[in-house]
Design a protein. Structure first.
Length: 276
């Protein structure tokens, strides 16, 4: 879900799209396992992906439910163009800012929102709208990140060990101010919106670089993005060390390291709209 505005929108969308595509590639098996886990007694005929980004969730849902009509909703036209190219016309594309007026999304039996709800200005109002969108017995699948992924071992880089921990701490301070709903416990808020949380799980991700050729590029794109958030909070020595990691030509840069891994968690809630 994208909420950038003004002259930086195009660059922001491009950088975010690259990260979303790499995230989808590296974490494809984990995403497929989440979709397979959803408690869906019968294949839904209509699905809505709220804050679809470049389509990781949309395509994973289509892979499990190939006969469903999937509607992908996002505020970024650039992200939606990428999604449309991947889907080959099999997805209904809707450009909309869900903080404002909602478009007509039909009558889905399954609504999916991955890493988008915490971006909403009023996520509790969004939950109520999702509740009203679903029929009684319809399912809402909510997937949220447990912070930013980690890539380096704790003792790296050799000249500034613990750099990633310090960068994460600075990022968490920034997001606590600007994205206060990230990391929320959505269970009580789903209940307050009229849902019954039917199942909940935490998906732990730990992927070594050797298992995916894209881990290095994913780390590079992600830490480049992190740098823009924390550059004013890091010491000059930490910032210089981070820049060396981000340099594709540096012998100790991320693209040349063999000690990378992707470590993160995803929390998932499967919530049912109560039947009368």
């Amino acid at each position: 879900m994208t909420h950038a505005h003004g002259s930086h929108r195009h660059g922001h969308d491009h950088d975010q799209a690259e990260i979303l595509d790499l995230d989808a590639e590296v974490l494809a098996e984990h995403l497929a396992s989440i979709v397979a886990w959803l408690p869906v007694p019968a294949a839904p005929r209509a699905i809505v992906d709220l804050g679809s980004g470049t389509g990781a969730g949309t395509l994973a849902l289509l892979a499990r439910f190939p006969d469903a009509r999937v509607t992908a909703v996002d505020a970024s036209p650039a992200h939606l163009r990428r999604l449309a190219e991947k889907a080959g016309g099999g997805v209904r594309i809707v450009e909309a800012d869900l903080d404002h007026d909602w478009p007509d999304l039909g009558a889905p039996e399954l609504v999916w929102a991955s890493a988008s709800l915490h971006h909403m200005a009023d996520p509790d109002a969004t939950l109520r709208r999702v509740h009203d969108l679903l029929p009684p017995g319809g399912l809402f699948a909510l997937v949220e990140l447990d912070g930013f992924p980690r890539f380096l071992p704790p003792d790296a880089p050799a000249d500034r060990p613990g750099l990633e921990d310090r960068a994460h701490a600075a990022s968490e301070r920034h997001h606590a101010e600007h994205v206060p709903h990230r990391g929320a416990d959505w269970g009580p808020r789903l209940a307050a919106a009229g849902f019954t949380v039917e199942a909940e799980r935490t998906v732990t991700v730990n992927i070594e670089k050797a298992a995916s050729a894209s881990v290095g590029r994913y780390a590079l794109s992600s830490l480049r993005r992190l740098r823009t958030t924390v550059e004013d909070a890091l010491s000059p020595d930490d910032l210089a060390a981070l820049d060396r990691l981000l340099d594709p030509d540096d012998p100790d840069g991320l693209l040349r390291r063999d000690d990378l891994s992707v470590r993160t968690e995803r929390r998932v809630w499967a919530a049912r709209r109560n039947r009368p």
